[in-house]
Design a protein around this ligand. Structure first.
Ligand code: EPZ
Length: 415
């Protein structure tokens, strides 16, 4: 297993180009299952999770080629099963459920296990599929769904679930009649998916709001489309500029997707300005404390909570960070404390008391965004930090050590 070895203390300067969004590419690749033909998608990031979903789609009978540009031909779906050994490595595999039921009338998808950040049930996906008329049973850890023809329905999500909204949107595009998703998630990745589906001939309106209407069609055609930039990767580099008190031009990002973070970073004393092709983030003299509450989009992204905690841990005064989306997304706290951070968890909140400096330590990544948080802390910590189990970070960040080295960081990947 690889580890990162990082010497802290160097302000980062330069420009970084943001890759395509992992959480947009995953549902878009799954959507290709709906089309008996070849779809072409550009700006696909080179990540472990993308390799995983490609393996799963090939398992189902799709032919796939290419990396940054992917051509996927789902003419022949020879199998409707997403096996446990694949799904357990990536929960987002559940995104093949909706397309398979819509295209083939059946699906057998392993229940995704929990993960470090929470139980992460998929009960809302299942209930909504039943609302569309699918017969769904849970057998031996698998979701077994069947439907001769899905029927449009009025659906209400108890919680605005991102992949739940995506799964059901993909199921509903070939249903008979109209489906309305109420309390739908509003993330930019959902808009990207809806644009791709509409490009295939679907009739979806309202994506990006909490009410999405889908008028079912009888078939879909191949499409060529691009994946939006990764707002979480962009946010991670903005915070890197702040924590190292450097200045980074973040190219290819979409500032509109980052408004909650931009406002908070400005409140801490950073300067964030629009430049041609993206944003420029400049660290401030001081890091003033701010309170953070994670919420579904357009609120502050839970996927940036660990990263901003590392930043605030070397700020001034007290910052209260409240995580409202997942029940156990503070795994990075104990690792940050080993580097000298002063953080107390009280229920769903972490009270961060800024310290003058962190010190290097041996640490271990527990989940994708926690590992990004440790990397940010290591960039500013005095001395050497080792981060083990970096396979977590490879799932969601393309060539992260190369991108940080190009900005002046002293970071090495050690086998
Ligand atoms: C997506 O996960 C993202 N993953 C996550 O990113 C992200 O953290 C999350 O949305 C929230 O923004 C992908 O898009 C592949 P949810 P998802 O369904 O869809 C509860 C990363 O780092 N819930 O919006 O699984 C759930 O437990 C990953 O890239 C149910 O109770 O998240 C959570 O508390 C981590 N039942 C809340 O809803 C359900 O059926 C929001 O989860 C579904 C969800």
């Amino acid at each position: 297993m690889d580890k990162f070895v990082i010497q802290g203390g160097k302000p980062l300067y330069g420009a970084v180009r943001i890759s395509g969004a992992k959480n947009a590419a995953l549902p878009v690749l799954a959507a290709a299952l709906l089309v008996p033909g070849t779809c072409t998608f550009h700006n696909i990031p080179d990540l472990v999770d993308i390799k995983t979903i490609k393996k799963l789609l090939k398992n189902l009978g799709a032919e796939i080629e290419g990396s940054a540009t992917v051509r996927i031909n789902a003419e022949k779906i020879t199998n409707a099963e997403a096996p446990y050994d694949l799904v357990k490595t990536m929960r987002a595999s559940v995104l093949v459920l909706g397309p398979l039921v819509a295209r083939r009338g059946e699906a057998r998808v392993s229940l995704p296990g929990g993960c470090a950040i929470g139980a992460r049930p998929v009960n809302l996906h299942i209930k909504a599929l039943q609302d569309l008329g699918a017969h769904v049973t849970l057998k031996k850890g698998y979701i077994e769904a069947r439907a001769k023809k899905l029927k449009g329905a009025d659906i209400y999500f108890d919680i605005p679930t991102v992949t739940g909204t995506e799964n059901i949107m993909m199921a509903a595009v070939l249903a008979e009649g109209t489906t309305v998703l109420n309390n739908a998630a509003c993330e930019p990745e959902i808009i990207n998916l809806a644009d791709v589906l509409n490009g295939m001939g679907a009739k979806i309106t309202g994506a990006g709001t909490d009410v999405i209407t889908i008028d079912g069609v009888t078939s879909l055609q191949p499409v060529e489309a691009s994946i939006i930039p990764d707002r979480i990767e962009a946010g991670t580099f903005m915070i890197a500029a702040g924590i190292t008190r450097g200045e980074i031009s973040i190219l290819g990002c979409n500032p509109q997707h980052l408004e909650a973070l931009i406002n908070k970073l400005r409140d801490t004393g950073m300067s964030i300005t629009s430049i041609a092709g993206g944003l420029k983030a400049t660290g401030g003299e001081r890091i003033k404390s701010v309170d953070i509450k994670t919420l579904p989009y357009p609120g502050f992204a839970t996927d940036l909570q660990a990263q901003i905690m590392a930043y605030l841990s070397v700020g001034e005064g007290l910052s209260v960070i409240t995580e409202t989306v997942f029940e156990n997304r503070f795994m990075h706290v104990s690792e940050l404390m080993r580097m000298g951070a002063d953080i107390v968890i009280q229920g769903g909140s972490a009270v961060v008391r800024g310290v003058p400096a962190l010190h290097g330590a041996q640490t271990m990544a527990t989940d994708l965004r926690a590992s990004a948080s440790l990397l940010l802390a290591a960039l500013v910590a005095e001395g050497t930090t080792e981060i083990s189990r970096v396979y977590h970070i490879d799932r969601g960040y393309q060539s992260i050590e190369k991108k940080f080295s190009a900005l002046g960081a002293d970071i090495k990947r050690v086998k």
